[in-house]
Design a binder for this molecule. Structure first.
Ligand code: NI
Length: 185
């Protein structure tokens, strides 16, 4: 078990903004990074993706918990690693839900491609060429952004698209725009 501390914005802003370097091969060192990412995300049940720079390793390695949304109910799957992922086609930009373990409690609506063709290496070192669709494309795009120091707040177009979730005493969960006081009623 090698759970690592996730870098939080803005305290670790400079480290989160750094560009990550490609890896040469899926060495034992890279496998260790993947294991650390998986062990770390396990501790965060809301986590559906994590990039190596978020645990202060500036290598182009991410994990994504892709789901199946064929029935309309999206559910996260088991973590899978994408190594040196490179986008070669993106299409179908739409607004969708976003959040990040480096921004605890903060959520938003970002515009991202919902169709994404990506090449890279898998955990075994084999190359892949795959098309991700829907919310899976959003997750992969978000994680690849981290490798270039791009954060989800950069993709928020309007201030009211950034909010916190607040649970009312009634149990109802409401969106509270940033800068607006939470009304306990
Ligand atoms: Ni993130």
């Amino acid at each position: 078990m090698t759970e690592r501390k996730i870098l939080i914005y803005p305290e670790s802003k400079n480290k989160l903004r750094m560009k990550s370097e490609p890896v040469e091969s899926v060495s034992s060192g890279v496998k260790k990074i993947i294991k650390d990412l998986k062990d770390t995300i396990k501790e965060h049940e809301e986590g559906i993706g994590l990039a190596a720079p978020q645990i202060n390793i500036h290598k182009r390695v991410v994990i994504v918990c892709l789901g199946n949304d064929q029935n309309g109910d999206w559910e996260a799957g088991t973590p899978r690693a994408l190594i040196n992922p490179q986008i070669i086609m993106e299409a179908d930009e739409r607004k969708d839900f976003d959040g990040c373990l480096s921004f605890p409690g903060l959520y938003g609506e970002t515009i991202r491609p919902h169709k994404l063709r990506v090449i890279g290496l898998d955990e075994s070192g084999h190359s892949f060429d795959e098309v991700f669709q829907g919310f899976n494309a959003v997750i992969v795009h978000h994680e690849i952004d981290h490798l270039d120091g791009i954060l989800f707040i950069d993709r928020i177009k309007s201030p009211e698209d950034l909010y916190r979730m607040h649970k009312k005493p009634s149990g109802e969960i409401v969106k509270v725009p940033i800068g607006v006081k939470i009304n306990p009623l």
